[in-house]
Design a protein around this ligand. Structure first.
Ligand code: XMP
Length: 498
């Protein structure tokens, strides 16, 4: 049992997810019967136990919207000016499935040639033409592939070839998605601009999105107003109190105090101040890896704890600072203490497969927080680019890398006042993983298969098996770990899902 592996007084080693393997249990249910409902914090529940990390190459509003639609939650990073971070939160709260609230617009003076270039970088083909090329301005027309395909002179201006506003089917602002979809279907058009009475463009509905809008049955929503839930990261500086106020005004549901070592007087004061000022706001404190650190933050009023130190894919904290803990040991030990106080924990970092998430849940985590696993998806900030050998890549960097710290995340490492910035992370690249809307369903299906093998049809059941010692683990030797991976092939291709 986990208690035997981690609790032995003579076991002086720390274990990682890869050191352990779960032994199979008895299956008496189908894989579709597995429920992944879990807790993110005392008051926030998720149907998908996955959280996107507050990192500037992982979570801004697009990612937070996609994560919430898929039943998880996103934490918007804090390397942004206060107003920008609050605006990102507001974008998530205002999101209405199916309405593109900030469609890319073009001015009537743009040439077909310039539009071709824009299409190349954006990957879609229909654009509203507005007076000044911006959203919120007067709608003059719409330009689609059909308008531009056969134009010989690519220097022609869009005003000469667009479908003018007078000939467009539009809807007035305030219409709901059902009405918009009906109009699109009746008119057989591809795009439906939504305008004010005065003809200003406020949104766009696209036929290609209709299928996607059908439903997101797992979405993480407020039970009454149906808005998507979102979290945002903050620091521990006195100025971060103003940040919290702005985030609350924007509608944030939880704040995550972003610190590599959470057991500091600065964080204790911040947790107490937030719980005293905004009692309904959920506060995720951390990071911690020991029971003692966890106990202090729980006493201050934390609603959840983030667990992990120096084990992320981009981390160099353990190397530079000699401090941290192997992740499976950290998760098990902190979860054991936190459970006694009803405080959920997030297993943060070091997750590179659905199997790692199964192990994190098996050791007591409410959800897994992921950076590298989700980096490189379409919804992360940043543009794709190609490597010399033709691979489609995006950047992914640690918040303790020098570049990121220069943008403000040095507070995470108590480095704000330091003359020399000491990196505790690196910058790198990851390969394109497609959209979150395909990737999360793959991860959750993988997790369900794992839980079925173990014989647990829900996260609650898995964790009661953990406490009762029915969940069995074995430690893996180096040879066992090799055997558990692909081996003995000259070469192979790995396709993750279909
Ligand atoms: P993964 O393994 O998912 O880890 O890529 C993401 C988590 O790593 C933490 N993080 C860092 N830790 N130096 C560190 O020591 C860094 O530069 C750094 N940046 C992020 C963070 O907890 C994140 O969720």
């Amino acid at each position: 049992s986990a208690a035997e592996i981690f609790g032995s007084k003579t076991a002086m080693s720390g274990y990682t997810y890869d050191d352990l393997i779960c032994l199979p249990g008895h299956i008496n249910f189908g894989v579709h019967d597995v429920a992944l409902g879990t807790k993110f914090s005392k008051k926030i529940t998720l149907k998908t136990p996955i959280v996107s990390s507050p990192m500037d190459t992982v979570t801004e509003s697009n990612m937070a919207i996609a994560m919430a639609l898929e039943g998880g939650i996103g934490v918007i990073h804090t390397n942004l000016p206060v107003e920008t971070q609050a605006a990102e939160v507001a974008r998530v709260k205002k999101f209405k499935a199916g309405f593109i609230l900030e469609p890319r617009c073009v001015p009537p003076t743009m040439t077909v040639e310039e539009l071709d270039k824009l299409k190349g970088t954006l990957g879609f083909t229909g654009f509203p033409v507005t007076e000044n090329g911006q959203m919120g301005a007067k709608l003059l027309g719409l330009v689609t592939k059909r308008d531009t395909d056969f134009i010989q002179d690519r220097k022609t201006r869009l005003s000469q070839i667009m479908t003018p506003a007078a000939n467009l089917v539009t809807k007035l602002e305030g219409c709901d998605l059902l009405e918009a979809n009906e109009t699109l279907q009746k008119s057989k058009k591809g795009k439906l601009p939504i305008v004010t009475k005065g003809g200003l463009l406020v949104a766009l509905v696209a036929r290609t999105d209709i299928k996607k809008n059908v439903d997101f049955p797992n979405a993480t929503k407020h039970p009454v107003n149906k808005e998507l839930l979102v979290a945002a990261a903050i620091g521990t500086r006195p100025a971060d109190r103003d940040r919290v106020k702005a985030l609350v005004a924007a509608g944030v549901d939880a704040v995550v105090i972003d610190s590599s070592q959470g057991d500091s007087v600065f964080q204790h004061e911040m947790v107490k101040w937030i719980k005293g000022t905004f009692p309904d706001l959920q506060v995720v404190a951390g990071n911690v890896v020991t029971k003692r650190q966890a106990q202090h933050l729980i006493e201050c009023g934390a609603d959840a704890l983030r667990v992990g130190m120096g084990i992320g894919s981009i981390c160099t904290t353990q190397e530079v600072c000699a401090c941290g803990r192997a992740q499976a040991s950290a998760v098990y030990n902190v979860a054991k203490l936190a459970r006694l106080h009803g405080v959920p924990i997030l297993a943060d970092g070091g997750i590179s497969s659905p199997g790692h998430i199964v192990k994190a849940l098996s050791l007591g985590a409410g959800a897994a927080m992921c950076g590298s696993l989700l980096a490189g998806t379409a919804e992360t900030p940043g543009e794709y680019f190609y490597s010399d050998d033709g691979k489609r890549l995006k950047r992914y960097r640690g918040m303790g890398s020098i570049d990121a710290m220069k943008k403000g995340s040095d507070d995470r490492y108590f480095g704000t006042a330091a003359v020399i910035k000491v990196a505790q992370g690196v910058s790198g690249t990851v390969q394109d993983k497609g959209s979150i809307h395909k990737y999360i369903p793959y991860l959750t299906q993988g997790i369900k298969h794992g839980m079925q093998d173990i014989g647990a049809a829900s996260v609650d059941k898995l964790q009661s098996m953990l406490q009762e010692g029915q969940l069995r683990f074995e430690l893996r030797s180096a040879a066992a770990q090799r055997e558990g991976g692909v081996h003995g092939l000259h070469s192979f291709e790995r396709k993750l899902f279909d």
